[in-house]
Design a binder for this molecule. Structure first.
Ligand SMILES: Cc1ncc(COP(=O)(O)O)c(C=O)c1O
Length: 260
């Protein structure tokens, strides 16, 4: 039987990185059959080549009997640990009530897109995972092109001009820091400048900080949750620095003092 799908689904193509990943897997298979003596470097996929830290793997095993439905927000023990983790690594003081646990940050970002009203602003280039979610949700979005002469970083002045041209309702900016694909890291000063513009224009930020702990210069990393606490959804998880993408565990820190 032919299955009819919604037209938004038809419009979604497999992201290039997944396609490249499949292609590389096929080539490797062929290569094994032909006994060729070289490998392919799969640079398209954010998959850590390292092992999951033993302590995490052990904890998962030890708790595999816990099969009851848990709190929708995430169990309080975990949310407290996430708060401690954020304090230790990023100096963020967060009450666990602001923390939501989810199956990976991709799903959490999808949920924020879905729940929070307003057009979405995606800087380009960016991780290609955002667009399919936005299209699936039929959300309005705007691409904010980053310029090579500014090292593909958001320029506050440009953002200001860009936002002036849009309508004045609430909007959501996706700020991925450190940035996939360029590896750029925003300084505290740069984040403060971006925050000024976001405050001025009523823009919420989704700070996708999944690569924070892989920063080459970690000392220079500052979480947007520190700079713009009232307007930022910070997302992070186990996928990259702890090599546990398949565990599907992420968290989101909600903006401070937010209310409907
Ligand atoms: C920038 C960025 N954000 C989010 C994700 C997805 O992370 P998660 O495994 O937590 O869904 C990725 C994965 O490649 C990514 O590159």
């Amino acid at each position: 039987m032919k299955i009819l799908v919604e037209k938004e689904i038809n419009a979604i193509k497999m992201p290039e990185n997944l396609r490249t990943g499949i292609l590389i897997a096929e080539q490797r298979k062929k290569c094994t059959k032909m006994k060729c003596n070289f490998d392919f470097s799969a640079l398209s996929f954010g998959q850590s080549p390292f092992h999951v830290p033993e302590v995490i793997a052990k904890a998962l095993g030890q708790n595999s009997d816990k099969s009851h439905y848990s709190d929708a927000q995430g169990i309080i023990e975990l949310r407290k640990k996430v708060a401690e983790f954020n304090k230790k690594h990023f100096g963020l003081e967060i009450n666990p009530s602001r923390i939501i646990i989810g199956p990976g940050t991709k799903t959490l970002i999808h949920m924020i897109f879905e729940i929070i009203k307003g057009d979405i602003i995606i800087p380009s280039p960016s991780w290609i995972g955002y667009y399919p979610e936005i299209k699936l949700l039929k959300k309005h979005f705007h691409t904010f092109y980053l310029k090579p002469e500014f090292d593909y970083k958001i320029q506050p002045k440009d953002l200001d001009g860009f936002l002036f041209k849009l309508h004045k309702d609430q909007r959501i900016l996706v700020l991925n820091n450190p940035h996939n694909p360029t590896g750029n890291l925003y300084s505290k000063k740069e984040l403060e400048e971006i925050t000024k513009i976001c405050r001025k224009h009523n823009v919420f930020v989704i700070a996708d900080e999944i690569y924070a702990l892989t920063s080459y210069n970690f000392r220079n990393f500052v979480s947007m949750g520190k700079i713009y606490p009232e307007g930022t959804f910070v997302t992070n998880g186990l996928s990259k620095d702890r090599s546990a993408g398949g565990y599907r565990l992420g968290h989101c820190i909600l903006p401070k003092n937010c209310s409907k």
